[in-house]
Design a protein around this ligand. Structure first.
Ligand code: G3P
Length: 217
């Protein structure tokens, strides 16, 4: 399972990328707005920092402008993935980009029929939003289960990119449901490594080691 960072904050990204555990990055207009940074130069910087896929979202909602924006974004670097909304225009653009060999990430997916359409359009990735579904009173993890079952049943190649991940429990649900990737805000990525027993166990080991008076180096 691949783990992506859902951020436009270059500093946070750089630190975590050094671990070698970051397989890619996703951004969206809200994250760009929050960062206060220039969109195109930020995408270029991220695409250089991370070798894996970097999703950059179009702003347009109509098909012709989506095509223009998408081609411009795809031209920034070979690892840029054009992110498109799950609308008829977005799906039409997804299909066109697929025929041109341009990778796409169909975003704002909240139902199995939507995911089915994204796969039929030839999306490289589909992004079901787990956290927002939970906020809505639905079961985000269950949607991933359903998409996995249907994609496998019909041999769709579209990868499931679990998004709107708010906590490690969402990562657990996405992994158990067979998501191909999950995109995490940097604080959630950092949370994944933590467990109180790891913290207390390491403290005990360090104290016991110090008491031996030995040194490995
Ligand atoms: O990038 C899309 C998605 O991850 C947004 O998450 O927390 O705004 O629902 P959130």
């Amino acid at each position: 399972m691949q783990l992506f960072l859902d951020t436009a904050e270059i500093d946070l990204l750089g630190e975590l990328a050094e671990t070698g555990l970051v397989d890619g990055v996703t951004t969206n207009p809200s994250l760009i707005a929050k960062s206060g940074r220039n969109f195109l130069s930020t995408v270029a910087e991220i695409a250089e920092l991370v070798a894996g896929p970097v999703s950059a979202e179009v702003a347009a909602t109509d098909f012709p402008t989506m095509m223009l924006e998408g081609r411009k974004l795809a031209g920034i670097a070979p690892n840029v993935v054009v992110k498109l909304p799950l609308t008829l225009d977005g799906l039409r653009a997804t299909r066109e980009f697929a025929m041109e060999g341009i990778s796409t990430n169909v975003t704002l997916c909240f139902s199995l029929p939507q995911a089915l359409l994204a796969a039929k359009a030839g999306a490289t990735y589909v992004s079901p939003f787990i956290g927002r579904l939970d906020d809505f009173g639905a079961e985000g993890g269950e949607l991933i289960n359903e998409i996995r079952a249907v994609y496998d049943q019909y041999d769709f190649d579209t990868e499931i990119l679990a998004a709107s991940i708010r906590n490690p429990a969402h990562v657990r649900a996405a992994a158990l449901a067979g998501a191909d990737c999950a995109t995490l805000p940097p604080p959630v990525f950092r949370e994944l490594v933590k467990h109180p027993l790891t913290t207390s166990g390491l403290k005990q080991f360090s104290e016991d080691w110090a008491a031996t008076g030995q040194s490995i180096l």
